[in-house]
Design a protein. Structure first.
Length: 109
């Protein structure tokens, strides 16, 4: 089984909590970490913009990524949200087993 980390930027902590919780409740991700206080500089509508954002990092199985991305997009306040999946190349096998269990449709709590 392959695993992925989702990297998402969100406008505020409340939105990040709402999206993170919805992803976990739907078993699309095993865990969502919220990191407030990120400073972002980016191009938007022909101008350079600067904002404070929250980074949401979520761990999931590769086969759940497309549905998780669709869920984030459906809940996100941005017109073009940053939602990217990064491969997890190595790590704690016990943690991977937990991700697999937590994202199973019939997971045991």
């Amino acid at each position: 089984m392959e695993f992925r980390t989702l990297y998402v930027t969100v406008g505020n902590i409340e939105e990040a909590r709402r999206i993170g919780r919805a992803l976990v409740e739907a078993r699309l991700v095993a865990c969502a970490n919220l990191i407030p206080g990120v400073e972002s500089v980016y191009w938007w509508q022909g101008e350079i913009a600067e904002d404070r954002e929250v980074v949401l990092i979520a761990k999931t199985r590769a086969d759940r990524v497309d549905v998780a991305i669709a869920k984030v997009k459906s809940m996100h306040s941005y017109a073009v949200p940053c939602v990217v999946a990064l491969p997890i190349l190595a790590g704690n096998r016990d943690y991977f087993d937990w991700i697999a269990q937590a994202t199973a449709k019939t997971a045991k709590s």
